[in-house]
Write a protein that binds this ligand. Structure first.
Ligand code: NAD
Length: 350
């Protein structure tokens, strides 16, 4: 069975979907609609795609069963609702929309029309994330008590709609949505009990150009999620602490290591001598008390996202991206924003 997908918004990310779809059997692009003429001309002339005369024309195409929304963030909700009302299934780019109330309306429309709604949370297929997931699943570090997840750039936020609040700009909605989704995937059964968030405004006053959030889970695990866009030196992508070891994933190329205790008791620790005194507590481990391991090898194929979408439409599989998970991320983003605005810890079960 061949699925035909129409694309609304043919900018940078739609180009990525276009390339990926060329490699996926059973899925083809029926055409596109973009409000900008230059993008319509590009789609037609460079990609040979059919260009609809408008959103209504696109939604009226009885040949398509799927609509991809790859517009700025504020446009996702109205287009998704219109598409579901027109009988189409919907893949929305992330963030699905700007707030939980909007998402509730989208889910209600999906329930009422019986149309499938999903979100392109493609970073669930990132290998750095899957490496950390595997380390946790294998229990390599003993009882994990801390997870830190960061992405750092140094060029501020892109100079497009991402700088504008009304379009859903800012880094919480742009990168935060990925990192928070990944974190909640690691602790899918554990409620969040408190959130403290701080937003940065180094290069942009209108929206957050970065943020960090301290998130406490009910099982005692704490997590730090940080997005920075004025960081000329990047900290590791992941830093995970357990009672018996530490894992670090330095970057997207998966440099990193796991250091674990051997169980050898260190009787004679050589203290570190600093200008102001000496310390045994902070001295390096003796070599025989630890061993260093390579990170486990994980490979992934992000095309599974669309393969799953098609399987859902054919009634063969459950969606890999469940809407209650998407709602949970949305609530976490709202809590971070609320905490950043008030300077208070948000104590809410999420
Ligand atoms: P972009 O600005 O390059 O493209 C957006 C396109 O939408 C533009 O061509 C614009 O003309 C068009 N557009 C705007 N309003 C429209 C409307 N009402 N109807 C039709 N077209 C409209 O932005 P982008 O970087 O491609 O981002 C698009 C979406 O993809 C955003 O939601 C973004 O968060 C998401 N995105 C996701 C990832 C990911 O890894 N999942 C990466 C980048 C962007």
């Amino acid at each position: 069975m061949k699925h035909k997908m129409a694309i609304v918004g043919f900018g940078g990310m739609a180009g990525w979907h276009y390339n990926e779809i060329q490699t996926i059997e059973g899925l083809e692009i029926a055409g596109i609609w973009d409000i900008r003429e230059e993008r319509r001309v590009y789609a037609a002339e460079e990609k040979g795609l059919h260009v609809y005369s408008g959103l209504e024309d696109l939604l009226a195409d009885s040949e398509t069963d799927l609509v991809l929304i790859a517009t700025p963030n504020d446009v996702h909700k109205p287009v998704a609702i219109a598409a579901m009302e027109a009988g189409k299934n919907v893949v929305s780019e992330k963030p699905v929309t700007l707030c939980s109330q909007d998402l509730r309306e989208m889910i209600e429309t999906s329930d009422r029309t019986g149309r499938f709604l999903t979100v392109h949370q493609n970073r669930r297929w990132d290998e750095d994330f899957l490496t950390v997931k595997k380390i946790l699943e294998e229990g390599k570090l003993g009882e994990v008590f801390r997870v830190e997840s960061r992405v750092h750039g140094s060029r501020g936020i892109p100079g497009d709609w991402r700088q504008e609040k009304e379009h859903g700009g800012g880094m919480i909605l742009d990168w935060g949505v990925h990192l928070l989704d990944q974190l909640l995937q690691l602790f899918s059964d554990v409620p969040v009990r408190s959130v403290y968030g701080v937003e940065t405004h180094v290069t942009n006053q209108l929206v957050d150009d970065g943020f960090y959030a301290e998130i406490a889970f009910e099982n005692g695990v704490t997590a730090l999620v940080e997005v920075g866009t004025s960081n000329f030196v990047s900290l590791p992508r992941w830093y995970v602490l357990g009672a018996d070891g530490t894992a670090v994933v330095e970057d997207w190329e998966l440099h990193g290591k796991i250091v674990r205790a051997t169980g050898v008791n260190e009787k004679d620790v050589t203290p570190v001598i600093t200008a102001a005194g000496l310390t045994k507590t902070m001295a390096p481990r003796r070599d025989d008390s630890i061993f260093t391991e390579e990170l486990p090898k994980v490979t992934s194929d992000v095309r599974e996202f669309y393969i799953n979408v098609m399987a859902v439409l054919e009634g063969r599989e459950k969606s890999r991206i469940q809407l209650p998970e998407v709602m949970r991320v949305m609530k976490l983003m709202e809590a971070i924003h609320q905490s950043a605005e008030t300077g208070e810890i948000v104590r809410e079960t999420i």
